[in-house]
Design a protein around this ligand. Structure first.
Ligand SMILES: NC(=O)c1ccc[n+]([C@@H]2O[C@H](COP(=O)([O-])OP(=O)(O)OC[C@H]3O[C@@H](n4cnc5c(N)ncnc54)[C@H](OP(=O)(O)O)[C@@H]3O)[C@@H](O)[C@H]2O)c1
Length: 295
């Protein structure tokens, strides 16, 4: 019986992977840490990836064929102010999972981020040299290295600004936050000098499942393919959900003092993933339309 283990299935991306995973695996198990959840047809277990022993015991007990690791400390400013927690979750946790996968001969796909790049140039390919500029990016890069060193046949999938419906926790993502404010008649200021390639959770979930089932390894960029500033992204959201644009305003990153530096242009080139899977990433307006239709 083919088994998928999704670590961090209570999070935004993890819940979409666990849901979609049921179409590709006979058995799906998802883990949570602080936010228990339920997905029909999937097993649920608590797990703290900071405990190497607990991670090994879970893998020995469940014997998954594939593991997709979504757990991370994702708050960029929180990481800047809590570097030790960031190292524990973004570097040591993935090391524990990678070692356990290696011991069991289990395929591992680890999720990483565009924030491993400094954002000076944009259009980053898998072969470009990372140079993170904040603690989140540095610890995620540390996690990538530890995973690849411990399990050379594993996959690192880098994504960028994940959005979609979160059915499990009230935690907002970029799209649901913009929507909540615009629909509530609140003004929304968005950076017009930060360029990203947004990633639709529902779409990338299937792409990641296809990658983990293929005989591939190494780094893959798996975000959307459309480059936008956060302000342009906001305009696409308003259009897709038929909301008046009036309350949207551009603002410069420099005008807003944030604890952690952000890359200016961390857009990812996703051609390698598209060619490997023989697919084309969906244009941003189509993904937003799909999201509206599945509200
Ligand atoms: N969000 C983005 O825009 C973005 C962009 C680029 C890359 N990424 C990467 O994509 C991945 C998924 O991001 P996301 O936004 O879906 O994350 P998320 O919603 O913040 O979810 C994080 C997950 O980590 C789990 N977790 C927290 N502490 C844990 C621990 N000690 N042990 C085990 N699990 C723990 C959480 O469980 P509980 O909730 O149950 O505590 C949750 O399932 C991450 O690797 C992130 O770095 C995200």
């Amino acid at each position: 019986m083919s088994t998928l283990l999704v670590i961090g299935a209570s999070g935004l991306l993890g819940q979409h992977i666990a849901e979609r995973g049921k179409q590709r695996f006979e058995r799906v198990i998802g883990t949570y840490h602080a936010n228990p959840f339920q997905i029909q047809g999937a097993g649920v277990q608590g797990l703290d990836i900071r405990s190497a022993k607990t991670v090994s015991e879970l893998l020995e007990r469940e014997e998954p064929d594939s593991v997709i690791l979504c757990s991370a400390l994702t708050g960029v400013d929180y990481c800047e102010e809590h570097p030790e927690e960031a190292v524990a979750l973004n570097e040591k946790g993935p090391l524990n999972v990678a070692k356990a996968c290696n011991a069991q001969g289990t395929k591992l796909l680890h999720i990483s981020t565009d924030y491993v790049f400094d954002g000076k140039r944009g259009d980053y390919k898998e072969t470009d040299e990372p140079n993170p500029i904040n603690i989140y990016g540095k610890t995620k890069l540390g996690g990538e290295k530890k995973v690849l060193e411990s399990t050379p046949n594993s996959i690192i999938a880098r994504i960028c600004v994940v959005y979609g419906w979160n059915r499990n926790t009230p935690k907002k993502n970029f799209v649901t936050w913009v929507l909540e404010n615009l629909e509530g008649g609140e003004p929304v200021e968005l950076f017009d000098d930060q360029i990203v390639t947004p990633t639709y959770a529902d779409e990338v979930a299937d792409i990641l499942l296809r990658l983990v089932q293929k005989d591939v390894s190494g780094v893959f960029h798996a975000s959307g393919s459309q480059k936008v500033s956060r302000y342009e992204f906001g305009k696409h959201i308003a259009e897709a959900f038929s909301i008046n644009l009036e309350k949207l305003a551009p603002v410069s990153m420099q005008e807003v003092g944030l604890p952690a530096k952000r890359p200016k242009d961390s857009s990812l080139i996703v051609r390698k993933t598209e060619e490997e899977l023989n697919i084309k990433m969906r244009p941003l307006p189509l993904s937003l339309k799909h999201m509206r239709e599945n509200r």
